[in-house]
Structures are given as structure tokens and as C-alpha cells.
Design a protein around this ligand. Structure first.
Ligand SMILES: Cc1cc2nc3c(=O)[nH]c(=O)nc-3n(C[C@H](O)[C@H](O)[C@H](O)COP(=O)(O)O)c2cc1C
Length: 343
């Protein structure tokens, strides 16, 4: 934790990274995880074609602000020329790092020859990495899977090519394409890539608690760790892991902080998408924040009908009061479990 963490020349103040999550990691979400202690945020994956063909909706995905910096924008595509052009657009938008998606296992993406399809096309992957790298002066990273076979052969092969091409960091989600998100991630593949790497390695996959985070760092020797699903309804996981990495006591779960984050998330979403769209989005997003909590079902029923920020905040505040009363009465107080993950 004391050594200087960098990707290329970009300084990162915590080894904890928020994974790119399509449909989740927009600007409002990135702001709340950043405030909770995340060192580096990634955008959702952005289509290189849509950028080059100037889709207004896709350009919206490049919106950023100072408070979330540094920011990685992740692009996907299969054509080196288009990817290079898209990278220039991303650089001009003010992003700090560009990431190339070599890991997406969604059928539509694979069919278009993008994402993890490129892990079985090393020549094309090389052409894309070189083209993107040559098009910009900010650092370029890649995000990969194990590949198409369990042994991780392709992960090692692509990692080697990446280093040849001057790539500045590699995030590894060690599941095969066929696994998608099922089964367990195989951290041995992160260890194997790290052993031969001269650039920062970002370990990813199945970190749910601060103990998982420490284990991954210890066993794989990854320079950074990336958290995805576990942060969706629990941004404070970053605070817990940061404390654990510093050897400090894990702060006990703070109901007020958690609910303040929900309110901020709503407010930032309204700023970003407008009240109608944000309210619709918050209906499902905020349900993730109360997973496993007492009387959570009542909250979910109410928030699923919210149509305005005022209404949403009222529902959040009422539920906060219910939980606090519950905690004051119960001897076995509702709490976050000792590992730092939401129950
Ligand atoms: C809903 C969802 C959306 C995702 N979107 C992306 C994406 O846009 N780009 C990407 O590289 N990976 C994406 N991923 C994969 C995650 O970044 C991450 O590699 C994976 O969830 C494993 O990490 P975790 O176990 O911490 O969740 C997505 C995963 C999920 C569940």
C-alpha cells in the first residue's frame, strides 16, 4: 500500500479498481464507488463503431467529471482501424486510460468478432493493440479472460503480445468464455501471468469480502485487484478492503453512510439522466443495496414504484428509520458481516 501505484504515468491512490459493468458503471455509479475508496473506475464497455459513427447516445457514455478521476474508458470492437479512431476520440474526451475489451463473452459480441472472440485470434489482437497504442498518448490497458480453454494458454499468449505492443496493464478475469460467470474463477492463471509480466497485473474474479481481496493479492501477487458484482449494492466494500490492506480494523457497517450513498446515487443519476429516466433506473439499482436486510422486501415494493427523486428519498429515509429502530431494539443488531460484505 505504501509503494506508488501507477498505470503508465497515471497515479492511482488505492490498489482497488471498480470493474467495468455494462448497464451499471455509468458516471453516477462511478462517483459513489470513488467516494467509497475505489482507486480507479472504468466505464461500461463502449462500442468503437458507435463512437466513430458519432452515436449521440454513445458519446454520452464518455461524460466525466473531476471527482471520479482517474477514469478508464473501455472500448470494444474488432477492426484495428476503427478501434484506433475510437481511441483518439476517447483520448480527446479527457479519459486518463483506454482499456480494450478482450473478455466479453456475450454471444452478440462474440459473433461480431469482438471481446473474447479476439483471444483466439492473436494476430488480430496484436493489430488492435498496436493500432490503439499508436493512436494515443495516454496509457492503454487490456481486459482478458482465461480464454477458450481452462489452462489459460490464451491468457498467457495475449499477455505476452500486450507487453510487446507497449500495453500498460492487464486485467484478468480468469474464467473461460464458456463459463461466462458460472463456476469459480481460477486465480492460478492470474499468478501465472503475473510471474512473467513486466507491467501491472489487475486480478479480478469472485472478490466478495476483504478476506478474498487480501487472499488474491497474497496468492497471485497481482498489483491491483478489481471488484465487480460485490460492489454493485455495496460501495462501502472499497472502504472495508482499503482498511484491511492497511492492516487497520474493518469499520463496522454504517447504516447512515450506506443510506447517504443511496441518496447521493439517486441525486447524481438525476443530474446525469434526468428525473424520469433516473427514477426508473433507481427502482432496480437501489434494490441491490438492501439485499439481505430486515424488511428489505417492503422497501423493494415501494422503491419499485418511485417516479421522482423526492419520492425516492422519502422511501429511502423511511427505511433508514425502520432499520435504525430495528437495530436499537434488537440485541443481535442488524449489521454487515465481519468480512465486510453485505449479508
Ligand atoms: C452485469 C455485468 C456487466 C459486465 N460488463 C462488462 C463490461 O462492460 N466490460 C468488461 O470487460 N467486463 C464486464 N463484465 C465482467 C466484469 O467486469 C468482471 O470481470 C466479472 O464480473 C468478474 O468480476 P466479479 O467476480 O468481481 O464480479 C460484466 C459483468 C457483469 C456481471
Amino acid at each position: 500500500m505504501t509503494q506508488k501505484l501507477k498505470i503508465g504515468a497515471v497515479q492511482i491512490n488505492s490498489p482497488l479498481i471498480m470493474a467495468p459493468l455494462a448497464g451499471i458503471t455509468n458516471l453516477p455509479f462511478r462517483l459513489i464507488v470513488k467516494e467509497a475508496g475505489c482507486g480507479l473506475v472504468y466505464s461500461e464497455m463502449v462500442s468503437s463503431y458507435a463512437l466513430v459513427y458519432q452515436s449521440k447516445k454513445t458519446f454520452e457514455m464518455l461524460k466525466s467529471c473531476k471527482a471520479e478521476k482517474p477514469l478508464t474508458i473501455q472500448i470494444f470492437g474488432s477492426d484495428p482501424f476503427i478501434m484506433a479512431k475510437a481511441a483518439s476520440i476517447v483520448e480527446a474526451s479527457g479519459a486518463d486510460i483506454i482499456d480494450i475489451n478482450f473478455g466479453c463473452s456475450v454471444k452478440k459480441i462474440l459473433k461480431s468478432g469482438s471481446g473474447a472472440a479476439l483471444m483466439q485470434e492473436p494476430l488480430k489482437a496484436r493489430a488492435i493493440m498496436s493500432a490503439v497504442k499508436n493512436a494515443v498518448s495516454i496509457p492503454v490497458t487490456i481486459k482478458i479472460r482465461s480464454g477458450w480453454t481452462q489452462d489459460g494458454y490464451q491468457a498467457k499468449e495475449i499477455a505476452k503480445i500486450a507487453q510487446d505492443c507497449g500495453i500498460s496493464g492487464i486485467a484478468i478475469h480468469p474464467r473461460t468464455v464458456k463459463q461466462a460467470f458460472k463456476g469459480k474463477s481460477d486465480w492460478n492463471i492470474i499468478t501465472a501471468v503475473k510471474k512473467t509480466a513486466s507491467i501491472p497485473i489487475i486480478g479480478n474474479g469472485d472478490i466478495v469480502t476483504h478476506n478474498d481481496a487480501i487472499n488474491m493479492m497474497k496468492t497471485t501477487k497481482a498489483d491491483f485487484i478489481m471488484i465487480g458484482r460485490a460492489a454493485i449494492g455495496n460501495p462501502l466494500i472499497f472502504q472495508a478492503i482499503n482498511s484491511a490492506l492497511k492492516g487497520e480494523a474493518i469499520p463496522s457497517f454504517n447504516i447512515d453512510k450506506h443510506f447517504d450513498i443511496m441518496i447521493k446515487y439517486f441525486a447524481e443519476s438525476v443530474k446525469y439522466s434526468g428525473e424520469t429516466k433516473a427514477s426508473l433506473m433507481m427502482r432496480s439499482r437501489l434494490c441491490k443495496f438492501v439485499k439481505g436486510m430486515p424488511y428489505g422486501a417492503d422497501f423493494k415494493e415501494k422503491i419499485k414504484l418511485t417516479a421522482s427523486e423526492k419520492d425516492g428519498i422519502k422511501i429511502i429515509e423511511e427505511y433508514r428509520d425502520i432499520l435504525k429502530k430495528y437495530n436499537n431494539k434488537k440485541s443481535d443488531k442488524f449489521n454487515i458481516d465481519k468480512t465486510g460484505a453485505l449479508l
